[in-house]
Design a protein around this ligand. Structure first.
Ligand code: FAD
Length: 256
């Protein structure tokens, strides 16, 4: 994907990228998951490269062995995850990005892009689960009729579909605001919340209605189920989004 140029969507053209917006980048990530893949392997590259973080990462790579150690964490989702240890690590002054003291603000801007991309990835997952389970329940015949003829089977799938489609509307709202350089913290967080919830419900319906086959690796359902579970916790937990909306959107007192 890197060679084909897909992962440089957010890099401005003057730096060799394609200079596209978050909307286009989100479609690329969505399609990876919708096709059954795991965008986790390239998610970081997509949003970091577009938000100036790549410079920081390249610096960190140079620092490995000089104050930075990297230790891989074996984990249940299907991509490389590492723990970083910083010890007496100095970053030279000439490597300062933007203005001193504004770093957290720059990172937050990047995180809104990340949350919106995650929403799109969850929407891709949700659609994959719904396509898979809809096809399976039409084919699987028990007691002389397809299991998909039962409302007990239909309703959770229909509900998940409705929620994925609703999450998609909020995802487009976040993309539109971000690409217009408007504040989009609330929309990015709400899109991520809705999409992660919808993909998890779709995952549950998909594994449930595959019966025992849902647990067989050859169907990929158990793998996608594990992968989409991540988004209840990372890159921001559902509780932190609720807390953000309570405090920053609704003006309620800070809880922590
Ligand atoms: C596979 C993977 C990849 C990751 N990649 C990155 C990465 O690239 N970069 C990066 O910076 N981080 C990364 N993370 C870290 C991730 O962002 C954090 O794990 C996540 O934000 C949750 O933070 P925590 O683990 O410190 O959980 P904690 O803060 O310890 O919270 C644990 C749980 O407690 C609850 N909770 C916590 N605080 C509150 C509160 N105030 N009110 C109510 N409930 C609360 C939530 O349910 C939360 O899930 C990754 C994590 C995983 C699993």
């Amino acid at each position: 994907m890197t060679k084909a140029g897909w992962l440089s969507a957010l890099i401005p053209e003057q730096y060799g990228g394609s200079g596209l917006g978050l909307a286009e980048a989100s479609v690329i990530m969505e399609e990876i998951n919708r096709a059954g893949g795991n965008s986790g392997a390239c998610h970081g590259q997509m949003y970091n490269m577009g938000t100036g973080m790549s410079v920081f990462i390249v610096d960190l790579r140079d620092a490995i062995g000089h104050g930075l150690t990297v230790s891989p964490i074996a984990n249940m989702v299907n991509h490389e995850t590492n723990e970083l240890f910083f010890e007496n690590l100095e970053i030279p002054e000439e490597n300062l990005i933007g203005q001193e003291g504004q770093g957290f603000k720059y990172i937050l801007d990047g995180l809104n892009a990340e949350r919106t991309l995650i929403a799109a990835e969850c929407i891709g997952d949700g659609r994959w689960f719904i396509d898979r389970v809809s096809a399976y329940v039409k084919d699987r015949v028990v007691f002389g009729r397809p299991i998909g003829q039962n409302q007990g089977v239909q309703f959770p799938i229909a509900e998940a579909h409705i929620e994925v489609e609703a999450a998609d509307l909020m995802r487009w709202q976040a993309c539109t605001l971000y690409d217009a350089h408007q504040p989009c913290g609330a929309q990015a967080n709400m899109a991520k919340y809705l999409a992660a919830k919808a993909s998890w419900e779709a995952a549950n319906a998909c594994i449930q209605f595959h019966g025992g086959f849902g647990f067989a690796c050859e169907y990929d359902v158990e793998r996608k189920f594990r992968e989409t579970r991540l988004y209840q916790v990372a890159p921001i937990s559902t509780n932190m989004i609720l807390s953000y909306v309570a405090e920053h959107v609704l003006g309620l007192p800070r809880s922590f």
